[in-house]
Design a protein around this ligand. Structure first.
Ligand code: NAD
Length: 296
């Protein structure tokens, strides 16, 4: 049976590790949080005492950590993955991190003879729990083909985005587009209302016209037209504005590095940062509607 070492059992990693255990993999998991580790053990994982402990016998290592600094430390430190994983193990990092760190860690893994891919996800906790995540995978060689059977137990759509780091590129470009389109959608609904056009009528017209987008048709930031959207639950997440801000910042860092012009991305980052500064980073990102309306 394939042995999996899973590192990082938070909101996303917890249900992902549970799905791997449910699928019949032999999963040993670890987290700095004892409560998170206890939940994973209840879900069928074996208790790992440390990173070194979970990777030492693993055929496949999966990590789901907050940010680039955590991934660097978990992979590169002396007690970390590269120093302790067994020869030939496949390494999969599913955290959303900056492209430079993703490429640097994969390069260090390659230097040590490992095959490693970056495989960030789209879809929140609900998709992680249901096993319907979208994975965007970057990496050379046979990494994608080897990772696919494992990722398929946690997700529905598995894409190969190309070379190392390209999974992160796909993820941050997609989320930059989502962050911008949500703000544009809020502006349009707010203006329509101020001009005397109700949200449902505007939705009926625009959702079948050229202004339609996922932000409108699946996640409408104006209450009413899309019943299960967070706008109908006073913007409880969903996908928190603070998480969107993290992704917008990653996109801006990458844009500076690449000397790419992203004026709307920069403006949108500033608006989500205002939400966080107002103490509302825990609202759903579509709650940026409140900022646009002046009611945050
Ligand atoms: P989280 O903060 O809930 O979980 C991260 C876990 O990593 C925590 O339990 C933490 O204790 C653990 N951790 C940190 N350092 C560690 C270490 N050195 N060793 C072992 N465990 C360690 O975060 P999350 O919401 O699960 O998100 C994880 C990643 O997925 C992030 O990069 C995030 O951007 C991305 N993501 C999240 C969502 C979402 O909706 N939550 C959606 C898509 C992508």
């Amino acid at each position: 049976m394939t042995k999996i070492g899973f590192i990082g059992l938070g909101n996303m990693g917890g249900p992902m590790a549970a799905n791997l255990a449910k699928a019949g993999f032999d999963v040993t998991a670890t987290d700095l949080s004892i409560a998170a580790l206890d939940r994973a053990v209840e879900a069928g994982c074996a208790r790992g005492e440390s990173v070194a402990d979970v990777v030492k016998d693993a055929d496949v290592v999966v990590s789901m950590l907050p940010a680039g600094a955590h991934v660097r430390s978990v992979y590169l430190d002396n007690y970390g993955v590269l120093a302790n994983a067994k020869k030939g193990a496949l390494l999969i990092d599913s955290s959303t991190i900056d492209v430079d760190n993703a490429r640097a860690v994969i390069s260090a893994a390659t230097d040590k003879g490992f095959v490693m891919v970056d495989a960030p996800v789209s879809g929140g906790v609900a998709a992680a729990t249901a096993g319907t995540l979208t994975f965007m995978v970057g990496g050379e060689g046979d990494g994608f083909e080897r990772a696919k059977p494992v990722l398929e137990k946690m997700g529905k759509n598995i894409f190969h985005a190309g070379e190392a780091g390209n999974g992160q590129v796909a993820k941050i470009c997609n989320n930059m587009l989502l962050g911008i389109s949500m703000i544009a959608t809020c502006e349009a609904f707010n203006l329509a209302e101020k001009l005397g056009l109700d949200a449902q009528t505007f939705f009926d017209i625009s959702s079948t016209a050229s202004g339609q987008s996922w932000s409108m048709t699946s996640y409408c930031p104006a209450p009413g037209p899309v019943p299960n959207a967070p706008s109908n639950k006073d913007y409880q997440p969903g996908f928190a504005a603070a998480m969107m801000l993290k992704d917008m910042r990653l996109a801006q860092e990458a844009a500076h590095q690449a000397k790419a012009s992203t004026p709307l991305g920069a403006q949108s980052e500033a608006l989500y940062a205002l939400m966080e500064a107002a103490g509302k980073g825990d609202l759903d990102f579509s709650g940026v509607m409140k900022l646009i309306k002046g009611s945050l």
